[in-house]
Design a protein around this ligand. Structure first.
Ligand SMILES: Cc1cc2nc3c(=O)[nH]c(=O)nc-3n(C[C@H](O)[C@H](O)[C@H](O)COP(=O)(O)O)c2cc1C
Length: 172
């Protein structure tokens, strides 16, 4: 089910000991979420289970970040990312997310697992600026080439700092 949610400026701040957990199948359909996930999302457990994880996607998030996320976890590598999520009431909450693949004994991917914690305020500010530019590139360039153009922008930022995405996201 798709909900029509209008973003608002209401921000929710995670507390130090909040760990927001969810699990998905291989397609990103939510199969498990903890109480804190439910609380921040504003949806009920019934609304969340069986639903695509993009139910909490915020329009301020660049598409290229999610492509990087999916490309990385599909290769069975873990990814860390700062993500702005949207609650059912349109409010938002920034998280520092870690996402990994869950595998069986033969290393076949069974699904994915994510733990999110309170992000550093300074890191959120940095990502906010980068994501804003990426979203505006995606809008300007359009659906077909926008993702590549905004990925190139991100790679350019990293190249200027002479740092990999992985090191960057852990260092800010
Ligand atoms: C384990 C896991 C956790 C995810 N967590 C989030 C999340 O917290 N917020 C989010 O917007 N997308 C999350 N995603 C990515 C979504 O599946 C989706 O790719 C993203 O919201 C972009 O949606 P769209 O492709 O419909 O634009 C997660 C994916 C996986 C596999």
């Amino acid at each position: 089910m798709k909900y029509k949610v209008t973003p608002t400026q209401k921000e929710r701040l995670l507390r130090d000991n909040d760990f927001i957990v969810s699990k998905t199948d291989t397609k990103g359909i939510i199969t498990y979420c903890n109480r804190i996930f439910i609380d921040y999302s504003g949806y009920s457990e019934e609304e969340l289970l069986g639903t695509q994880h993009n139910i909490i996607r915020h329009p301020d998030m660049p598409r290229a970040v999610f492509k990087l996320l999916w490309d990385t976890i599909a290769e069975k590598k873990e990814i860390f990312a700062y993500v702005k999520n949207m609650s059912k009431d349109g409010g938002f909450y920034w998280v520092f997310a870690n996402i990994t693949a869950s595998m069986d004994q033969s290393e076949k991917i069974l699904g994915y697992h994510s733990v999110r914690r309170k992000p550093k305020t300074a890191a959120v500010k940095i990502c906010e600026g980068i994501y804003k530019e990426m979203c505006s590139i995606e809008q300007r360039v359009g659906a077909k080439d926008g993702m590549k153009a905004s990925t190139d922008y991100l790679l350019g930022v990293l190249a200027k700092e002479r740092i990999s995405y992985e090191k960057f996201v852990l260092s800010i």
